[in-house]
Design a protein around this ligand. Structure first.
Ligand code: NAG
Ligand code: NAG
Ligand code: NAG
Length: 460
């Protein structure tokens, strides 16, 4: 029969074209949202999951301090070296640029000597606690991809909480507690990330690793993203496939690494000794020279570009999605419920593109029959946002379903489910419209046969 012969040629040709398609050899970049592939219909777009590159996110944040007047230098104030109460010849003066320590200096270029840093007022009101909240806001959901690293120029604080928000600062959850004595400060047993496992990776821990007094050399506090990734991807993050597979299927895990805001709650400065030296309170303060936050805009695997415009980050959405995170379908592309792209299957993932709405395809009687089943399928199984399958979403007019993402249509038909006559779309249907299929031996078929002849050696 003509049609079946046609379809087998068709299927073979698709195999050939995907063999010849230069997909990246290493997987997992997700750096393109679409490529052109060649089918018998000519060039068509092939859509895939995609995400922006990971980058230094501190360039895009807003910082807010609480209390607002906690930065040193207004009025000017002298402070002492942490380790030596008699070395008090340092001055902080907000009105003199060389002596000022504004918050921006936490995010400026590092590598200068001496390093530039933000500094708080000293603990002159002791025993009233010296506490500061530093809130970093992106006004955009971002996915963390590397450790958060905070470098203190004073000693590392005796007590600190790192918090995160996923709703632009309305609600906050602790991310990690830091203390010289976790039990005393937070009634928590001290732990380190190395004590965690795949099953406890989301546990919020208190760590003493980063809080020993000023005598130890290190100035750095980490929030370990990579160690947590390593529970899934192995020690050198070689098996990112496994991590991405987990992120795909476990929303909680994905959300764990997702933030809109971070808050560093400094609760007690480094004291370095058991008791606070009340005679030299100018030794106690907070000073931070650097904060590192690496991540990417969350675009739900529907964009590779995230633009910073008007001090705002926005995904440049593809796949006919829209919204700051590509979190919904564009107008007229609501033919099925929105869903995020998927990292699976490797290496290209699944784009889960938005498809035209019923009304914008026309031909309503026909589609009343087909489309209602799409949404019921989606609701029961939201992970698999199929365009077509062999159960409910049949390709029409002899089209075949390719990987559940696209109908491959006979030459005369087009549309998502091959529901439309090509000539109809072009407005050039003759009197025999409704037949659709080209007569055997038509140029299209001859061309295909010719291509098949040249391509077949590749298959053996
Ligand atoms: C920091 O934020 C917490 C949580 O909202 C709040 O309870 C605390 O009073 C704030 N601290 C300062 C110094 O503003
Ligand atoms: C999105 O819609 C445009 C037309 O507005 C179309 O050309 C394009 O192919 C569509 N992309 C996807 C991924 O469906
Ligand atoms: C939906 O699919 C079922 C088969 O599962 C079919 O019997 C039914 O007619 C379809 N509904 C519509 C509105 O097409």
């Amino acid at each position: 029969m003509y049609l079946s012969r046609f379809l087998s040629i068709h299927a073979l040709w698709v195999t050939v074209s995907s063999v010849m398609q230069p997909y990246p050899l290493v997987w997992g970049h997700y750096d393109v949202c679409k490529t052109q592939i060649y089918t018998e219909e000519g060039k068509v777009w092939d859509y895939m999951a995609c995400q922006p590159e990971s980058t230094d996110m501190t360039k895009y944040l807003k910082v807010k301090l609480d209390p607002p007047d906690i930065t040193c230098g207004d009025p000017p104030e002298t402070f002492c070296a942490m380790g030596n109460p008699y070395m008090c010849n340092n001055e902080c003066d907000a009105s003199t640029p060389e002596l000022a320590h504004p918050p921006e200096l936490m995010f400026d270029f590092e590598g200068r000597h001496p390093s530039t840093f933000w500094q708080s007022a000293t603990w002159k009101d002791y025993p009233k606690p010296l506490q500061v909240n530093i809130t970093l806001s992106w006004s955009k959901t971002i996915e963390l991809t590397d450790n958060i690293v905070i470098t203190f120029e004073s000693g590392r604080p005796d007590q600190m909480i790192l918090e995160k928000s996923l709703d632009y600062g309305r609600t906050w959850q602790p991310y990690q507690y830091y203390a010289t004595d976790c039990l005393d400060a937070f009634h928590m047993d001290p732990k380190s990330v190395k004590d965690l496992s795949q099953h406890t990776v989301l546990e919020i821990i208190c760590t003493e690793e980063y809080s020993t007094g000023y005598m130890t050399n290190s100035k750095i506090i980490h929030f370990e993203i990579k160690d947590r990734f390593a529970f899934f991807a192995g020690p050198w993050l070689r098996n990112m496939a496994s991590l991405y597979g987990q992120l795909d299927t476990t929303k909680k895990l994905r959300d764990f690494f997702t933030v809109t805001d971070l808050r560093i709650r400094l609760l007690r400065p480094a004291v370095g000794e058991i008791f606070v030296d009340e005679l030299h309170l100018a030794r106690y303060f907070y000073a931070i020279s650097d904060i590192k936050v690496h991540g990417r805009c969350k675009c739900n695997l529907h964009a590779t570009v995230c633009v910073y415009d008007n001090s705002k980050l926005t995904c440049e959405c593809e796949h006919n999605t829209t919204g700051p995170d590509c979190g919904k379908c564009k107008k007229n592309y609501q033919g099925r419920p929105w869903s995020p792209g998927s990292y699976l299957p490797i290496p290209k993932g699944t784009a889960n593109t938005c498809i035209p709405s019923i009304s914008s395809i026309g031909n309503p009687p026909k589609f009343n029959r087909i489309w209602p089943n799409i949404s019921s399928l989606e609701v029961s199984n939201p992970k698999q946002a199929n365009v077509c399958d062999n159960e409910l979403l049949h390709c029409q007019n002899g089209g075949t379903c390719y990987n559940n993402v696209r109908c491959l249509c006979p030459a005369a038909y087009t549309g998502i489910l091959c529901e439309k006559l090509r000539c109809e779309e072009a407005g050039s249907c003759g009197s025999d419209s409704g037949q659709g299929a080209p007569p055997p031996g038509s140029p299209a078929l001859l061309l295909l046969t010719a291509m098949l002849g040249t391509a077949s050696p590749l298959l053996v």
